[in-house]
Design a protein around this ligand. Structure first.
Ligand SMILES: NC(=O)c1ccc[n+]([C@@H]2O[C@H](COP(=O)([O-])OP(=O)(O)OC[C@H]3O[C@@H](n4cnc5c(N)ncnc54)[C@H](O)[C@@H]3O)[C@@H](O)[C@H]2O)c1
Ligand SMILES: O=P(O)(O)OC[C@H](O)CO
Length: 348
């Protein structure tokens, strides 16, 4: 049976991924439009110049220079207007800013709306995943909250380069409904019920990408980068399994797939942040230099704290946190990772 279509979609956040995902939704809606039943896609953004650019010029040159957006896509700074009647609400703001925005969204949320998280961060101090922040902050059951994550560099997708992704929800039918809404010719979503595994794949790969960026910036070579990526997957998997995630998820698009894309691409903000750290900049200087969100910089500490609380060893994360905190220099990262007790590769 074909899943029920959404009729009004609100995307909260007019940055790189919010705008690109809105394009995915609008392109899917245009390709599957039924007469008299159009799906509207509207974006909420903070900055007037950005929302005007989207609505009037069908561009978002601040975040996606050179990309032509669907003419059906509109944007506004008026949150009640954007959320009015929306049966699908997609959240795409920096992870650490999400919780503060939820009370206002809760007041305006339609009774049966499904909410999607596009965010790949872990909350500071609470160590909460974004879907946990959303269920608590909006008072929703887990079956109405969906996570989309995978090897999804926004700029490549905005150019319609092909990719796949994962749409995860405790209720597989809800995941299938959202997947149907985000399936244009260039983007293939797979459903999964392992929300924990999908979220941790996206969260921890950002921390590992910081380490790989440091390796690249310090010209440590391809063997070093491959070693960090592979052992990064091992520590990501240990953490996800300790929290109930599934090993197949970690070997899939939201685990290995996203890790490889983020750690290989110069388009990745986390990889870029790692290369900037390698030049000797502090974490604060890196954040100030970059115009866009590199979630790993803030998520590394809560990932480490969570791992420690569960007795999960995360040596790459631990040493990235030490670099971010200014406790060690970038040149101490490799010696500290290499000079540990020898062990079996399969040891957990
Ligand atoms: N860009 C990508 O390729 C990509 C892909 C997959 C997932 N993600 C994830 O999506 C999330 C959003 O990333 P992005 O790439 O769109 O970030 P971005 O930096 O490009 O845009 C963030 C948006 O949030 C707004 N914003 C910033 N601070 C805010 C605040 N305090 N309150 C409200 N709005 C605020 C900004 O104005 C901007 O519109 C992140 O968690 C990221 O990890 C990004
Ligand atoms: O640019 P990054 O490092 O935030 O990565 C973007 C996406 O998460 C890649 O899947």
């Amino acid at each position: 049976m074909t899943p029920a279509r959404f009729s009004r979609i609100a995307v909260i956040g007019a940055g790189s991924w919010g705008t690109t995902f809105a394009k995915i939704l609008a392109d899917t809606a245009a390709a599957s439009a039924e007469p008299g039943q159009p799906t509207e896609v509207r974006i909420w953004g903070r900055r007037t110049a950005v929302v005007e650019d989207i609505t009037t010029r069908h561009r978002n040159d601040a975040y996606l220079p050179g990309i032509a957006l669907p003419t059906t896509l509109t944007a506004s700074t008026d949150l009640p207007g954007v959320l009015h009647g929306a049966d699908l609400v997609v959240l795409a703001v920096p992870a650490q800013s999400l919780r503060a925005q939820l009370p206002r969204i809760r007041e305006l949320l339609a009774p049966d709306a499904v909410v999607v998280s596009l965010m790949k961060g872990l909350e500071l101090h609470t160590n909460a995943r974004m879907s946990e922040v959303i269920t608590a902050g909006l008072g929703l059951p887990a079956e109405r909250v969906v996570v989309v994550s995978g090897p999804n560099l926004a700029m490549e997708i905005a150019r319609e380069s092909p990719t796949a992704s994962v749409v995860a929800c405790a209720d597989e039918a809800v995941a299938a409904r959202v997947a149907a809404a985000c399936s244009p010719s260039y983007f293939r979503p797979y459903t999964n019920t392992d929300v924990v595994g999908v979220e941790f794949g996206g969260i921890v790969k950002n921390v590992i990408a910081l380490a790989v960026g440091i390796c690249e910036g310090r010209q440590m070579g391809d063997n070093a980068k491959a070693s960090v990526i592979t052992r990064g997957l091992a520590e990501t998997t240990r953490l996800a399994l300790a929290l109930g995630g599934r090993v197949e998820t970690m070997a899939g698009l939201a685990g290995l797939g996203d890790l490889v894309a983020t750690c290989s691409s110069p388009l990745s903000r986390n990889h870029t942040a790692g290369r900037l750290l390698a030049t000797g900049l502090s974490a604060e200087q890196v954040t100030a230099t970059m115009r866009q969100t590199a979630e790993g910089v803030k998520s590394a500490r809560p990932v480490l704290d969570l791992g420690r609380s569960l007795g999960v060893r995360m040596p790459i994360t631990e040493n990235v946190v030490a670099v971010l905190d200014g406790e060690i220099s970038v040149d101490e990262l490799a010696p500290r990772l290499l000079d540990r007790d020898l062990k079996s590769e399969g040891e957990q």
